[in-house]
Design a protein. Sequence first.
Length: 140
Amino acid sequence: MSADLAALRHTAELYAVGADRKDKALWRQVLAQDCVIEGPGFSVTGCEANLSSLDALGEMFRATQHRVHQVVATITGDTAMGETYSTAEHLLNDTDMILVWAIRYQDSWRREADGWRFTARRLIVDWEETRPVSRPGAAA
C-alpha cells in the first residue's frame, strides 16, 4: 500500500475514533475547513459546523463504536476520491438496545500542507439492525 493510500485510510480511522470519543481535536485533524458531510436527511458545511455533530451524537446515544473496513481510493495529484466501508454501532439511550448500521462513505480528500483532509463525505446507510445487548456488570 502506498504511503498516500495509508494516509487516506488513517483519516477515516481518526474520523471514526473522533466520533466515538466525541473528540473535536481529532476531527480538526482530518476535516478541511470547507468540508461538507451529508447523509440521509442532513448536510453540514464547514469544519466548525461539522464539529457540532459530535455534540448531537453524544446526546443521541450512550456510546458509539465505528469500525473502518476497506478504503478504496484513487489519487490524482493532491486530490483523491474513494469509498470507505464501515460498521457503526450506536448504544441507544434508556434501553439495552444497539442500532447497527452497515455504512459507506463516498469520500473526497485534498492534500494540504499538514496532510490529507476530507473535503466531502457522503454517508450511505445500506442497512440497519436493532438488537438487544448486555453490558458486563449490569443487573440481570
